[in-house]
Design a protein around this ligand. Structure first.
Ligand code: TMP
Length: 209
């Protein structure tokens, strides 16, 4: 059997360029012969995802704990597919994950320990890119402010929470730079991770265990 795929994650505050960079990375990997697929959380297409979308677009109100658990359930419902894809050799490029879950809810003053608990045991990412942008710069980007959490003070607190969640699998990228420059920096690092994985493959890990 061939090598499993890698789980590459993009995290960051709102409007930090995650969607642009994750999409470009998938295209570039596929063009270079590495089978890759984009996965995005929240996945707003499922029944749970639709509830999340209604909350984010301010059509409904939910208790902070309840919405936190829905975000987590939205990841758990994707785990079978994620495992299948990784095991079949597809590299997954994931736009947000449990770190967003913990950072956003903890910024709303839920305890970080409580916030992490429902996501313990999810499939762990192999490599995380944190696109770092100051919320004042993010606020200048098009479309900012349309969704519930796009407020500078909350985003500042989210950014601080992200920094408490980082470990050695994370790389902080200066997201104010030009998109092409960021893309080539990430592509170089991902190629290195793929080469290392080819020589010394690691088994699929479990998050926060
Ligand atoms: P998006 O803009 O990347 O679709 O993310 C939607 C918003 O939901 C964004 O403000 C971050 C927030 N979020 C959480 O609060 N918890 C989560 O678990 C995830 C994945 C996102």
């Amino acid at each position: 059997m061939g090598r499993r795929g890698l789980f590459i994650l993009f995290e960051g505050c709102d409007r930090s360029g995650k969607t642009t960079q994750s999409t470009r990375l998938v295209e570039a990997l596929n063009e270079s012969g590495v089978k890759a697929k984009l996965v995005k959380f929240p996945d707003r297409t499922t029944a749970i995802g639709k509830m999340i979308d209604e909350y984010l677009t301010q059509q409904t109100q939910l208790d902070d704990h309840a919405i936190h658990l829905l975000f987590s359930a939205n990841r758990w419902e994707a785990m079978d597919q994620i495992r299948t894809d990784l095991e079949s050799g597809t590299t997954l490029v994931v736009d947000r994950y449990a770190f967003s879950g913990a950072a956003f809810s903890a910024a709303k003053r839920l305890s970080l320990k409580w916030c992490k608990a429902p996501d313990v045991g999810l499939i762990a990412p192999d490599r995380v890119f944190f696109l770092d942008i100051h919320p004042d710069d993010a606020a200048k980007r098009p479309g900012y402010g349309e969704e519930r959490y796009e407020k500078s003070q909350l985003q500042l607190e989210v950014r601080a929470k992200f920094f408490t969640l980082m470990d050695k699998s994370w790389t902080v990228i200066d997201a104010i730079k030009d998109a092409d420059q960021i893309h080539s920096q990430i592509m170089t690092l991902v190629k290195r991770s793929l080469d290392r994985h080819e020589e010394d493959p690691a088994p699929i890990g479990k998050l926060w265990t």
